[in-house]
Design a protein around this ligand. Structure first.
Ligand code: ADP
Ligand code: NA
Length: 330
């Protein structure tokens, strides 16, 4: 159909996605369906680079898929699938590992950060080769574009290098993907520490809005978000990090511009802003959670949707893997 192809994945490592995941990444997945041919996967192979409880992992994989469907990932338009159901990911990953220098892999800063936290001896080899599996995820689908935030730039660069290296050595096999700089993404900050990003691993419970938590709880978190001692509702991330974060969230959820909001809150205080945003958030969360629940109420149907997505993904993945194997002499 002449559209550029996009691949993106998300790990099933929490019971719920949070507002940062949604406004910073997942919302764009939904929009990209209008302009691109889209492949989206729940990357459970990536999740096991750190220890996972099997029951919890399976539950979180389904919950992740249910949330993606509920926010508007449309299985008619996108191939929505679970990574482990497409064995070509692991197969291509091995081939690419054999194209990657040990030192080259060792320069990945995310591994250095994550393994330092766990202790280098305890970190798995899978955590080390994680970016190569990510390269396989992308190259299998001949993706032209990959939506990336700042934290993923180095990994995409490795993917591009591996694609070019393989193509040079064995003949053109892979599309070299470009970063897709997504417009309208908001970086969302911790409600209690608005200088740090909202994060499932680093934020305290009150700093984080989970999509599947009790909306009353979310409202309370917004109303008790940390702001400064001033009064003026103004977007100024340097001087007013907390207020600016609330304005970003408000703007993203309502499609009102930050400038509109600043005007609307002229002469009003932070309390008014928080009260209104809490309402906006609750009104958005309630129907979203109902949709998620309806997917989770019929797990058999959910599994069928995911199996169909995997089938569709495999048609492309298997063709790429076959071409790769032939090049190598398999
Ligand atoms: P976390 O940081 O909570 O562990 P992940 O690293 O799993 O979240 O991120 C999944 C996706 O969500 C990535 O595309 C990431 O860039 C995006 N993301 C995570 N936190 C935020 C945030 N606070 N603001 C914007 N985007 C975010
Ligand atoms: Na993270």
């Amino acid at each position: 159909n002449g559209r550029l192809r996009v691949l993106s994945g998300i790990q099933p490592t929490a019971d719920s996605f949070h507002l940062g995941n949604y406004l910073g990444a997942l919302r764009q997945w939904v929009r990209l369906q209008d302009t691109h041919e889209t492949f989206y996967c729940v990357v459970d192979l990536h999740a096991i680079t750190v220890e996972q409880d099997p029951k919890v992992l399976l539950e979180r994989t389904r919950r992740s898929a249910a949330q993606l469907l509920a926010i508007g990932v449309d299985p008619q338009r996108s191939a929505l699938f679970v990574q482990s159901q497409v064995p070509e990911h692991a197969q291509l990953s091995w081939v690419l590992e054999c194209q990657t220098g040990f030192g080259e892999a060792g320069r990945m800063t995310q591994f250095k950060d994550k393994s330092a936290k766990q202790g280098t001896d305890r970190a798995s080899v899978g955590l080390f080769t994680y970016p190569i599996l990510q390269a396989a995820d992308i190259l299998l689908y001949q993706a032209n574009a990959v939506p990336v935030g700042e934290d993923q730039r180095q990994h995409l660069e490795l993917t591009r290098n591996l694609a070019q290296r393989f193509n040079n050595r064995y003949g053109k096999t892979f599309t070299v993907p470009e970063p897709h700089i997504v417009k309208d993404t908001a970086k969302i900050y911790d409600l209690q520490d608005p200088t740090a990003k909202m994060s499932k691993s680093a934020s305290a419970a009150n700093g984080l809005v989970e999509l599947l938590e009790d909306p009353k709880r979310s409202a309370k978190k917004i109303r008790s978000a940390v702001t400064d001692t001033g009064r003026e509702v103004r977007f100024d991330p340097e001087e007013k990090a907390g207020v600016s974060n609330l304005l970003s969230i408000y703007s993203a959820l309502t499609e009102r511009t930050v400038a509109d909001l600043e005007t609307a809150y002229e002469g009003k205080g932070y309390g008014d802003l928080k009260k209104d945003l809490a309402e906006v958030l609750v009104e958005w969360l309630i129907p979203l959670q109902e949709r998620v629940q309806s997917y989770l109420d019929d797990v058999a149907e959910l599994d069928r949707v995911l199996a169909a997505g995997a089938h569709r993904a495999r048609e492309v993945a298997a063709a790429t893997l076959a071409a790769t194997y032939e090049r190598i002499g398999f």
